[in-house]
Design a protein around this ligand. Sequence first.
Ligand code: SF4
Length: 308
Amino acid sequence: MEILLASDLGFCFGVRRAVEMMEEASERLGGMTSLGSTVHNRQVVERLKEQRIDVIASLEEVDERPVAITAHGVSESVMQELEQRDVSVVDTTCPIVTRSQQWAKRLVEEGFAVIVFGDPNHKEVRGVLGWAKGKAFAVPNIGALDALPDDLPTRIGVLSQTTETEAHFAEFVRALLERRMDRISELRVINTLCNATTSQQAAAQELAHQVDLMVVIGGRESANTRHLAEVAREEGVETHHVESADELRPEWLDGHERVGVTAGASTPDDAIEAVVARLRELAPAPAQAQASANGSKGGEASRASRNR
Ligand code: SF4
């Protein structure tokens, strides 16, 4: 069996930066807490715990230790409360998320109602809404547009959760215009999609054309990992989303010759390596022989070229 890796996969710069900032701060400060999971990945959270970074669920659990804000960011009121309580803060909010937060704030100050295309329960989206003084609405899909209040201001600003796909965001904006044109005097669309995410999605899409099976690695709560799986499925390729190597099922490989591997932005390198190693173990012998006959490195994972 031939194993191809997406040309862009795994930790994005925002997550890598957040993890490094926390590790450095914990070392320097002798331990700290993280307000919510650092990233949507169990292995990363466990590894940080070993470095004295404990996850707390809410502000009530803040103690004397410094508090890290995760890459997904928090609302303005949370930042203000930490400041009022004189808590030492290590802010690892991804700069791309900070940009969304600042746009939400600015649009409201300029008299716009803000619509955030994204999952209302996602931490990033909740944080962005929290910079808009109660004048922003999260809308997860086109169908939910009809639930928006009728009395919204006629000036509308639209942002997207950073991990949405370009195609879905474009469709959403089109639908918004079609359904509410009679109630919109001005529409300002801010492209808050993350390049890291869109690049990984493009790489996953490209890889899906080259393989007959896709394995997507990442936390089940990781929005960008789920989107990668969606992208691969939309290309018509059988796709499995796993959190770790032990979830791989041997029967998935039956009848397949080329498996593509990609991973979400919160998936660490060691999780990817473990999945690739397990795939090598599981690859049926005839497929291994076929791969060798094709001149591959006997099942060795290789990066898929993006310039197909
Ligand atoms: S996926 Fe993009 S927005 Fe999210 S943390 Fe990574 S770089 Fe930042």
